[in-house]
Design a protein around this ligand. Structure first.
Ligand SMILES: [Zn+2]
Ligand SMILES: [Zn+2]
Ligand SMILES: [Zn+2]
Length: 274
């Protein structure tokens, strides 16, 4: 399995749209890995994780075959993770119609937006199909087995994160969550998965949070607990992702902090093959 990070920033991106803090000023000057677009990832070019407003930029920059993707898993309805306006462009007149249906998996808020924008059908063509996901649902998406977990994030919707299994490898992709809710820990302890890759939210970098997002102090605790229940071990690759300028670090400082604690810091375009 190959996970590619397409975007690794929080809602406002780095540099943030309207910000002149030192992190944003430096990011604009440096470019490269200091630039972070809104979070999105793709697995084997086939499974898309989230649909931020930067999807078009990711399509331009990273050359994956967006029109052919058939499965999109959405974590929650915040606009940096689900920007359905661009999915309207699958309708006739905007795009070629010789693609397969895009299956979109998400919670009740994502469902609301999906139908509000009438993404489902136009002129008899099944552009997109929505599948409501509840925590601990297991979904077969092509040859990939996906499990949904409840996230600790916006309390007004059922925020989710996902694990993916394929050909004997497994990864856990988490952002927009503080420490996992007790039900997620209970499930992991009883289902006993083993993850080859764990990607964790690190919005606040050196500052702890744990309630809606994480920083490195929270990441260390979550990793230890995954070790304790046997869901990860010394061979598991841990990557930090979904960074905000509020974390106070540009790439060099951030990656050094992460490395010191045994984590990799994601950047836009980073690929990890399991
Ligand atoms: Zn976010
Ligand atoms: Zn800033
Ligand atoms: Zn969010």
């Amino acid at each position: 399995m190959k996970l590619q990070y397409l975007g690794t920033g929080a809602a406002e991106g780095i540099p943030a749209l309207f910000c002149k803090c030192p992190v944003c000023v430096k990011a604009r000057k440096n470019g490269g890995r200091d630039i972070r677009t809104r979070s999105q990832a793709v697995v084997d070019g086939k499974i898309l994780l989230d649909f931020p407003p930067d999807t078009y930029a990711h399509y331009l920059n990273f050359g994956f075959d967006l029109p052919s993707i058939q499965h999109l898993f959405v974590t929650h309805s915040h606009s940096d993770h689900f920007y359905p306006d661009d999915l309207v462009l699958r309708h006739p007149g905007y795009g070629h119609q010789d693609f397969e249906t895009l299956h979109i998996y998400g919670n009740e808020k994502v469902e609301e937006l999906f139908y509000l924008l009438q993404l489902t059908q136009r002129e008899g063509i099944d552009n997109c199909r929505f599948h409501l996901v509840k925590p601990f649902d297991r979904i077969d998406a092509g040859a990939y087995h996906v499990t949904a977990f409840p996230a600790l994030h916006n309390r007004r919707e059922t925020c989710l994160f996902y694990s993916l299994e394929h050909e004997g490898k497994a990864l856990l992709y988490v952002h927009d969550s503080g420490d996992f809710p007790p039900a997620a820990w209970d499930y992991l302890a009883s289902a006993q998965p083993h993850f080859d890759l764990v990607s964790l939210d690190c919005t606040f970098v050196k500052y702890p949070d744990g309630k809606n997002h994480m920083g490195i102090p929270d990441n260390i605790k979550v990793r230890q607990r995954l070790f304790d229940i046997g869901a990860a071990d010394k061979n598991t690759v841990f990557v930090l992702n979904h960074f905000s300028h509020n974390g106070g670090c540009n790439y060099d400082e951030l990656s050094a902090l992460a490395e010191k604690e045994g984590f990799l810091a994601a950047w836009d375009g980073m690929e990890i093959t399991l």
